[in-house]
Design a protein around this ligand. Structure first.
Ligand code: ACO
Length: 335
């Protein structure tokens, strides 16, 4: 093993399925309104995967784009880590499917399941492999198709989610750049607040589980809301403190896109001006593990991220889980 070094994000990419489902269309599916959805969540439309599109299909395209952005050949990738809670199958891992289809022939692969915090967990894990010296090139993918896990008769959940994928390529960068630090957390006492209960070992699939809608997402929305408004600010301040940084140092805050009211409350807690907070929920809804890399890619492609910038990425989700990463963009050569 080599000594500890920094892992930087050297390429990003994202992909959403072409089918757009607007709030107006949602009004014909459940008893809801564009006005309710926009004022309570900030969502105007979301992208929905087709019957033949699975999470690996979205993740594969995001990964291709991230590798092209980084100028990295798939054969150079040492490890594929995929954050997902809606993988193609119960097993094998969706990461292995992406690893094969992208041609990362010598890469190891595994999935991480931490709900909507999955990308923060996966980025932190991938960065550790680079930092330790075990691997040079890690591909981190966040891919979810929660539309496949929704009860389309439950208006309290089906209006909130969308499908998508985002990816990042990690490589060693000079000290002071890349992933400067992370905080990760879990409180399993909140298991029942957000879950898909049936389909594996606790409640194997049966006619009864299907009839009772136990294969779809159930969420205690207001409980998750209270948890999220607390942990998002705490996790962001926690990672800054760990890195010896302050909220004033943040160039761009890239939060999990679940609800603009949750994001606004975290931004207020950090004292961040609106231009330092990246929000794209209106076009995508909550894309689970894809939301943060999708937002990061859009911010980068939109010219909102510059070499030397300090980014704070923060997520929360099922588990309950939460996490944050502080990232210094670039590698020092072009600051
Ligand atoms: N359209 C119209 N009315 C609705 C809808 C809808 N789609 N959904 C709920 N309502 C109604 C409710 O029935 C309720 O009516 P009532 O007062 O007559 O009972 C009313 O609106 C208010 O419902 P609340 O649940 O109190 O609304 P709230 O302001 O809390 O907003 C929401 C609900 C948007 C779900 C909010 O609680 C939230 O965002 N929670 C966090 C969810 C979240 O972030 N989840 C993702 C976690 S990430 C992961 O790991 C997958």
């Amino acid at each position: 093993m080599k000594s500890i070094r920094n892992a930087g994000i050297v390429g990003v990419g994202s992909y959403v399925p072409p089918r757009v489902l607007t709030n107006q269309e949602m009004e014909s599916i459940v008893d809801t309104s564009d006005e309710w959805i926009v004022t309570r969540t900030g969502i105007r439309e979301r992208h929905i995967a087709g019957p033949d599109e699975a999470s690996s299909d979205l993740g594969l395209e995001a990964a291709r784009r991230a590798l092209a952005d980084a100028g990295v050949d798939p054969g150079e990738v040492d490890l594929v880590v995929t954050a997902t809670i809606s993988g193609d199958m119960i097993f094998p891992a969706t990461a292995s499917i992406i690893q094969h289809r992208i041609g990362a022939s010598r890469a190891a692969a595994f999935d991480i399941g931490a709900g909507c915090t999955g990308f923060i967990y996966a980025l932190t894990t991938g960065a550790q492999f680079v930092a330790s010296g075990m691997y040079e090139t890690v591909l981190v993918v966040g891919a979810d198709t929660l539309s496949k896990l929704l009860n389309w008769k439950d208006r309290t959940t089906c209006v909130l989610f969308g499908d998508g994928a985002g990816a990042a390529v990690l490589k060693p960068v000079p000290e002071g750049y890349g992933v400067l630090g992370s905080v990760l957390g879990s409180d399993g006492s909140g298991t029942d607040l957000l879950k898909v209960e049936a389909g594996i070992s606790r409640r194997p699939a049966s006619h009864e589980t299907v009839d009772s809608c136990l294969h779809t997402i159930r969420m205690a929305g207001s409980e998750v809301f209270k948890f999220a408004t607390r942990v998002m600010g705490e996790a962001a301040l926690g990672v800054l403190d760990k890195c010896g940084l302050r909220a004033e140092d943040v160039s761009l805050f890239i939060p999990h896109q679940a609800n603009t009211r949750i994001i606004d409350s975290a931004a207020r807690r950090l004292g961040l001006a609106p231009e330092k907070v990246f929000i794209n929920i209106e076009n995508y809804g909550n894309t689970s593990a894809a939301s943060i890399p999708l937002a990061l890619d859009e911010a980068v492609q939109g010219g909102k991220v510059h070499p030397g910038d300090l980014l704070v990425l923060v997520g929360f989700g099922a588990g309950l889980t939460w996490g944050a990463c502080a990232v210094r963009w670039g590698n020092g050569s072009d600051d």
